[in-house]
Design a protein around this ligand. Sequence first.
Ligand code: DGI
Ligand code: FE
Ligand code: FE
Length: 192
Amino acid sequence: MTINEIESELSTVLNSRRYQHTLGVSYTAASLAMCYGCNIEKARIAGLLHDCAKCLSDTELLQTAREHELPISESEEADPYLLHGKVGAYFAENKYGITDPDILSAIVFHTTGRPNMTLLEEIIFVADFIEPGRRGTPNLAKVRQDAFIDLDKAALGEIMTTLEFLYSRGREIDTTTLETRDYYQHLIYGKE
Ligand code: DGI
Ligand code: FE
Ligand code: FE
C-alpha cells in the first residue's frame, strides 16, 4: 500500500480523534527523522500505523493475539490495551503489507519503549507523546523541546511522566517500561 492508501484505509477504521492523532504522529515522526537523519518515509509509515489496532476492544485484542499466537505477557493480560502495539504490528504486516522489520518493531514497542531502541523505534515512541494534538499531559512542553535537541532525554522524560501517571492510578506496570526507564536513566545519568 502507498502512504495515501494507508491513510484512506485508516480514516475508515479509526475514529476521527484517533485518526487526527495518527496524522500528528506521522508528521512529527517525519520531522524527527529529518532532525536525526532517519528514513523519512519509514517514519511516516510507522507513525501512521502505530495505533492501527487501537480501535479494537480489550476482548478483541486478546482474541486476535491468541488467534495468531502472539505472546501475551502478564501485564498485557491484566491491561489488554497494552497489546495494541503487538496486534498493530501484526495488522501492519498482514493487512497493510508492511514487511520492513524496523517499521514493525517501532509499532510493537511504541507504548513501552525498550532498552536501546533503534532510531526509528525511539522516534515513534517520542512522536506519539509530543504530537501537536496531545494536550494536558504533564511535562509536555519540556519533552517537546528536548525531542529536537536530545532524543534520549526526551524518551526518558516521557517514561518518567508516564510512570508517575501509572503509579498515581495504581496501574499495572509492564516490565519493559521499567527496563526502558532503567536503560535511559543509566545512559543519561550513569546510574540506575
Ligand atoms: O495509544 P496512545 O494513547 O496514543 O499512546 P500509547 O500507546 O503510548 O498508550 C498510552 C497509555 O499507555 C498511557 O495511558 C500509559 C499507558 N502505558 C504505558 N506504559 C504502561 C502503560 N500502561 C500500563 N498499564 N503499564 C505500562 O507499563
Ligand atoms: Fe498507542
Ligand atoms: Fe498513539
